[in-house]
Design a binder for this molecule. Structure first.
Ligand SMILES: Cc1cc2nc3c(=O)[nH]c(=O)nc-3n(C[C@H](O)[C@H](O)[C@H](O)COP(=O)(O)O)c2cc1C
Length: 347
């Protein structure tokens, strides 16, 4: 299944032999083992720094580096979506019956933070990795340049042509073009105005038409034909998230993995009910009850629902868990990560 010609472009410069990439997946699924398996298959994987301390991230970097030099790290860029305090209180009141049902306390006041951006950015400047990807917002030019001076390539997640042009203008090395087919959070810089429902192939074409930067495409890519379509549309690599959630290397909670296996008649929805930012996941009782009422507010809503989500998972109950999944979730298998990435890369 190996490709006869080495990859060109940024992917080739990073040493990729196959054009498939393991997505960063914060909250547990994106383990060091998954990242190592992606490199061993000839691709590359990203550690997800989101929600971790800089110290925890440093430990995972050390763990991956012991097995491979080829990997990336993904950072959440601070782009606060502060919650309206009254809307927070109203939402908290709506959630109380669920908190009682699971026997948990929810934070009475909004908790805001910047996901330790400065500490993690400094860690990567001092201890550079081959490639850094950024999501949720565009940092200042100097934040990107300092990573590049340290020796990293910098990829910016974009969800529209306008974001692509702004990222290009501050000198990023490449674009992660993420459509709303993608599982997990949208990288949109304007979650308040998030409405782009285009497919990944269409978005890659649209952005290819206005930008000459290397494109790695993300969203709903779960088959070799999906990969070939985004490559034909102008991407040089395909980012795979949901299709890896059930692999042995995935750290997704067993309740999440089981829900993906069980939900034959199910569907995914875009919801801010869990985190206050639009994200795609399997529809469940929580998204049905709260998607319409939930206010915007990241990370305050992430912290608000966190005890509930943990308790739901611990109880083996998928009803209150954020079951992140992209539109291609039915194709997620229990094959090893390397086999999935090689199968999807086959021409
Ligand atoms: C469980 C989960 C967690 C994710 N966490 C992150 C993250 O921390 N950073 C990020 O840039 N993207 C994250 N994403 C989005 C992926 O990087 C990628 O865009 C998406 O998985 C691609 O679409 P697919 O899931 O349909 O393959 C996450 C996706 C999932 C499914």
């Amino acid at each position: 299944m190996s490709r006869s010609t080495p990859l060109g472009g940024l992917a080739g410069a990073l040493g990729l032999e196959i054009p498939t990439v393991a997505a960063p997946m914060a909250g547990g699924p994106g383990t060091p083992e998954l990242v190592v398996a992606a490199a061993a298959a000839g691709g590359i994987g990203f550690l997800a720094a989101g929600y971790k301390s800089a110290h925890q991230l440093a430990e995972q970097i050390t763990q991956v580096r012991a097995s491979t030099p080829r990997f990336g790290v993904n950072l959440f860029v601070p782009n606060p979506v502060p919650v309206d305090p009254a809307a927070y209180r109203d939402y908290l009141d709506l959630l109380r019956p669920w908190a009682d049902r699971f026997g948990v306390e929810l934070p009475e006041r909004p908790l805001e933070d910047d996901d330790a951006w400065r500490e993690k950015h400094q860690l990567l400047v001092d201890n550079p990795v081959p490639v850094v990807s950024l999501t949720f917002g565009l940092p200042e030019r100097e934040s990107i340049a300092s990573l590049q001076r340290a020796g990293s390539r910098v990829l910016q997640t974009v969800t529209s042509a306008a974001e692509a042009l702004r990222a290009e203008a501050v000198g990023v090395d490449g674009l992660i073009v993420q459509s709303s087919q993608a599982g997990g959070h949208s990288g949109s810089w304007t979650p308040r105005r998030h409405s782009d429902e285009t497919t990944t192939v269409a978005l890659v074409r649209r952005i290819r038409a206005v930008s000459s930067r290397p494109i790695w495409a993300a969203g709903g890519i779960v088959s070799a034909s999906d990969v070939q379509q985004v490559l034909t549309a102008g991407a040089e690599a395909a980012i795979i998230g949901t299709a890896l959630l059930r692999t042995p290397e995935s750290g997704a909670h067993p309740v999440h993995q089981q829900a993906l296996a069980d939900a034959h008649g199910g569907e995914t929805v875009m919801t801010r009910a869990f985190s206050g930012r639009p994200a795609r996941g399997l529809r469940n009782a929580f998204t049905d009850e709260f998607s319409a009422a939930a206010p915007l507010g990241f990370p305050a809503l992430h912290h608000l629902t966190s005890p509930l989500r943990r308790a739901s998972a611990a109880a083996g109950d998928p009803a209150g868990l954020n079951l992140w999944a992209g539109t291609g979730w039915r194709a997620a298998t229990t094959e090893p990560t390397g086999e999935v990435l090689r199968r999807l890369a086959a021409r």
